[in-house]
Write a new protein. Structure first.
Length: 269
């Protein structure tokens, strides 16, 4: 078993060597001259090194395809060639450390924040962050959402101390660019426009195996973040009332509560 593990680790290092298999072989000094031939069978058509290069290319293109699937809008904005070059640099900086390709793109938005490609699309890091959040929410933990009948059954006297939490898979992103409409246009195969700069909080959530997202007004963002932190219902109402302006605060909280229940956002604390 130990020999197999060592062999697997060696092949992984060779296949993922940043500058190719030849560089990887040179770094494995214990192999010695012709050492690879004892591990990988070559022939007159393809040497052992050439065979490993095929696997190395397959490895890269599998990751590239996975990232294209997870970041279709980022791909659309940057174009195929720029996206290919982006992924090449990204994988050098953040080589995969987990067996599942699910984790492959988790640092792409951070990598884009200081990338030269932002010169032509300054909103692209925010767009990638929203796309990554959508992937994470889809794969996130499950929990039973509160149904309207459950809420109606709560005694009025118990409401102030009630703890409501947002679904554990949901995320609230703080972004500097309004990229939601751009992403929606790409998803719906409509012409897209560059995103406008502006601080915004975006809710990303899952219901019935589908991922949704929308920009939040300040009152709703404050209330949902408070709920996520375990605040009691009375505190949530205070936050909504503070931002209600000329609106009836009771009507405002009722509208939000109805929307959250419809969206399947709430669970019991």
């Amino acid at each position: 078993m130990k020999k197999l593990k060592k062999l697997e680790s060696l092949l992984y290092r060779l296949i993922t060597a940043p500058s190719g298999v030849a560089e990887g072989i040179a770094a494995e000094r214990h192999l010695g001259a012709g050492g690879l031939d004892a591990i990988v069978l070559g022939d007159d058509r393809l040497s052992a090194e050439a065979r490993l290069e095929i696997y190395a290319n397959m490895y890269f293109y599998r990751l590239l395809d996975a990232l294209k699937e997870d970041f279709p809008a980022t791909l659309t904005v940057l174009g195929d060639d720029n996206f290919h070059n982006l992924v090449t640099g990204y994988l050098l900086e953040y080589p995969p450390t987990e067996p599942s390709v699910f984790y492959c793109g988790r640092h792409l938005a951070a990598f884009l924040r200081d990338h030269p490609l932002r010169d032509g699309a300054p909103f692209v890091a925010a767009l990638a962050a929203l796309e990554r959040a959508s992937v994470e929410v889809f794969q996130g933990p499950d929990a039973a959402a509160l149904e309207p009948d459950s809420i109606r059954a709560i005694a009025p006297a118990d409401w102030p101390a009630l703890k409501l939490r947002i679904h554990p898979s949901a995320q609230i992103l703080a972004l500097d660019w309004r990229v939601s409409e751009l992403l929606r246009a790409v998803e719906e195969r409509r012409p897209w426009k560059p995103a406008q700069r502006g601080a915004v909080k975006v809710l990303v959530w899952r219901r019935n195996a589908r991922v949704f997202y929308r920009d939040l007004e300040r009152a709703e963002a404050d209330a949902l973040e408070a709920a996520g932190g375990g605040a009691r219902f009375a505190k949530i109402c205070d936050l909504v009332a503070a931002d209600a302006g000329n609106q009836d605060p009771v009507a405002a909280i009722n509208r939000l509560l109805a929307r959250w229940l419809s969206d399947g956002l709430l669970t019991r604390g």
